[in-house]
Design a protein around this ligand. Structure first.
Ligand code: DNO
Length: 401
């Protein structure tokens, strides 16, 4: 049995339509109720409405990405119990509607981060770059976060200063706007995208984590898991946490979903299969100490969803996205492990056999330049990735049968 081919669809507003997906050979849709603010309940009625729409085109709603976790839950503030109750109701409602896989993350304030959304590759395509010194320039000189300098070694601070000096006011603004708004707004970002003082707002969100280190954030995740996992289990839903992207601390914020030890700790908080992982090869591969093959093998039985994409390291913690096959990740091995895991689950009689994958992010090529898309989500580049992974898995399946 192949890995289910899925595609992230941003709902009615997406320029790629459901009939398009059908033509492309997609089987399952990955989406969220993007119009519902974080923390509010997803009603059965609203879930059913979107599900029906997807099914009208012969597709299924394969995975929820994401059911976002409110900042108050990550911070452990007084409002968290009410928000956790809402989260539980949404999970039960999803289960009731037959949707059984829910991706979420526990990254404070900022979901993913890149410094260049139009990074020119040698062959003329465009992908995304995370340049650490540029990120430091944003943090220290543009955002001017208090004590930011202390988080960077001297040689990075020197590079950051040079970069900040070389950017015009407009370029500085664009960098900040990309990091705080453009990459976040389409996925339940915390900062109001229409706010003129978005940098100030962002700084005030960061400030709330002043007293929250890794240990405290772990305690808050543990509290959340102990509450929601039993509900997910009862509803027949597998939760799967998405790794930090990139998997190291940024802006002085704690990160707790980055390394093999982090995942061991998360899985140890509840033995339930419902307490699972989204295996995002792109995010995990940007740490040299993450051995993805070992991680895929160790955590296979708890992986419920996969994001497949590749990255290439540059110096200083920097990297760029390099499509699906070429790069740091041995995609052959990862896909082989997941296919074997599905076979193993079948053998032991598990009900949740399927491990859906989606081509995560793509390189912007060809017609993508004439289309609008959220950063990282060009149609043609992702379609190429989908076809590449599908061909790869077909080859592997034949050879291991
Ligand atoms: C970016 C995505 C992330 C991811 C969430 C999952 O393109 O990979 O926004 O969807 O972190 O919760």
């Amino acid at each position: 049995m192949a890995l289910e081919k899925t595609w992230r669809w941003f709902g009615e507003k997406d320029t790629v339509t459901l009939p398009d997906l059908k033509q492309m050979g997609v089987e399952g849709v990955v989406t969220s109720l993007h119009h519902i603010p974080t923390g509010e309940i997803w009603s059965v009625k609203e879930i059913e409405r979107v599900k029906k729409k997807i099914e009208e085109y012969g597709l299924t709603w394969s995975v929820v990405e994401s059911l976002p976790v409110s900042e108050a839950i990550k911070l452990g503030t007084s409002d968290r119990d009410r928000l956790i109750e809402n989260y539980k109701i949404s999970l039960s409602n999803l289960g009731e509607c037959g949707i059984d896989t829910v991706c979420y993350n526990f990254m404070p304030v900022l979901d993913w981060a890149r410094t260049d959304l139009h990074f020119k590759n040698d062959d003329g395509g465009e992908s995304m770059l995370f340049d650490f010194p540029t990120f430091a320039a944003f943090d220290i000189h543009i955002l001017q976060r208090e004590n930011a300098s202390a988080d960077y070694p001297l040689y990075i601070r020197q590079k950051a200063k040079k970069i900040a000096d070389s950017l015009s006011i407009e370029q500085q603004e664009e960098l900040a706007y990309n990091i705080i708004i453009v990459t976040q707004a389409f996925i339940h970002g915390v900062v109001d995208e229409n706010s003129r003082d978005y940098k100030k707002q962002f700084l005030s969100y960061l400030k709330k984590y002043d007293q929250i280190g890794q240990e405290q954030l772990r305690m808050n995740l543990s509290y959340f898991l102990k509450e929601v996992v039993p509900v997910a289990e009862k509803a027949g839903v597998n939760l799967c946490i998405h790794p930090d992207d990139p998997p190291f601390s940024l802006l002085g914020l704690p990160r707790i979903v980055s390394t093999v030890d982090d995942f061991r700790w998360i899985l140890s908080q509840s033995d339930s299969v419902s307490n699972g992982i989204t295996f995002c090869t792109g995010s995990l591969s940007t740490r040299t100490d993450n051995d993805l093959i070992c991680m895929a093998e160790e955590f296979a039985s708890r992986i419920h969803f996969v994001h497949l994409r590749n990255t290439i390291f540059l110096s200083d913690n920097s990297f760029y996205e390099s499509g699906q096959l070429k790069g740091n990740v041995d995609m052959y091995e990862v896909v082989r492990i997941l296919l074997e895991e599905q076979m193993r689950r079948k053998k032991v009689g598990r009900q949740d056999i399927r491990i859906p994958f989606r081509p995560d992010h793509g390189i912007r090529i060809l017609e993508d330049y004439n289309r609008t898309a959220n950063p990282g989500y060009p149609l043609i580049g992702r379609l190429k990735g989908l076809a590449e992974i599908d061909g790869l898995q077909m080859g592997i399946e034949h050879s291991i049968k």
